[in-house]
Design a protein around this ligand. Structure first.
Ligand SMILES: Nc1ncnc2c1ncn2[C@@H]1O[C@H](COP(=O)(O)OP(=O)(O)OP(=O)(O)O)[C@@H](O)[C@H]1O
Ligand SMILES: [Mg+2]
Length: 117
C-alpha cells in the first residue's frame, strides 16, 4: 500500500476529522460502497473504524487489513461485518448522518448469500 500523507506526516485518521453534514453523508456513502465491494471480493475488513481510515484532501483510504476475513469461510463473518458497519455508522452519527447499521448489514448479507450484486 502506498504512503498517504505528506512530508509533515501521515494523513490523520478520520477519528480526528470533523466533517460537516454534507461531507459526512458523502464519506459514509463511499465507505458503505467499499464494504459492499470488499464483500463482492469475499473480504470483510474486520477492524473497520474511524481509527483505521485516513482522511486526506476529501478522500479516504482504509488501512490495517491484516485481520480481514473471508465471509464464506469465517463463522463469525456476519458479526464482523455488522460490527464494521456499526463502528462507521456511530462515527458518522456524530456528524448528523442517520443510519440503520443493522439493516445495512442485513441487506448486504442477503445479497452476499444470493450473490445478488
Ligand atoms: N498507508 C499509510 N500511509 C500513511 N500512514 C499510514 C499508512 N498505514 C498506516 N499508517 C500510519 O500508521 C498508523 C497505524 O496504522 P495501522 O492502523 O495500520 O496499524 P495498527 O496495527 O492498528 O497500529 P496502531 O495500534 O497504532 O493503531 C496510522 O494511524 C497511520 O498514522
Ligand atoms: Mg489500526
Amino acid at each position: 500500500m502506498k504512503y498517504v500523507g505528506d512530508e509533515a506526516g501521515p494523513a490523520p485518521p478520520l477519528q480526528r476529522v470533523e466533517p460537516d453534514p454534507a461531507e459526512a453523508r458523502r464519506l459514509f456513502a463511499f465507505l458503505m460502497r467499499q464494504v459492499e465491494l470488499w464483500l463482492r471480493c469475499d473480504r470483510i475488513h474486520g477492524d473497520l473504524s474511524a481509527y483505521n481510515i485516513l482522511y486526506r484532501q476529501g478522500r479516504l483510504t482504509v488501512i490495517d487489513f491484516p485481520q480481514a476475513v473471508d465471509p464464506r469461510a469465517n463463522p463469525h463473518a456476519y458479526d464482523l461485518v455488522a460490527r464494521d458497519i456499526a463502528n462507521v455508522a456511530r462515527y458518522f452519527g456524530r456528524f448528523g448522518v442517520p443510519a440503520e447499521p443493522d439493516r445495512l448489514a442485513d441487506r448486504l448479507w442477503t445479497r452476499l448469500l444470493r450473490a445478488d450484486w
